[in-house]
Design a protein around this ligand. Structure first.
Ligand SMILES: [Zn+2]
Length: 66
């Protein structure tokens, strides 16, 4: 797995900073966060990450990345 693959995998649903979450699916959305790197998540974890990840803006600022 390359660095690019890791960067594009889902970090949901909690937005862990240490590395990818336990999901590993390709990320499709990027959620803007306050004071943190944007959180990339798959469709399944988009909803949970908005509610549970740290620093998510409200209302959410979501971009489709692929
Ligand atoms: Zn996911």
């Amino acid at each position: 797995m390359t660095d690019r693959d890791r960067a594009d995998s889902c970090r949901g649903p909690y937005g862990g900073e240490a590395g990818p979450g336990h999901c590993g699916d390709p990320a499709r959305f990027e959620v803007a966060r306050h004071g943190r790197a944007p959180l990339r998540v798959c469709p399944v974890h988009l909803g949970p990450s908005l509610l549970m990840a740290d620093g998510v803006l409200w209302p959410p600022d979501i971009s489709l990345i692929r």
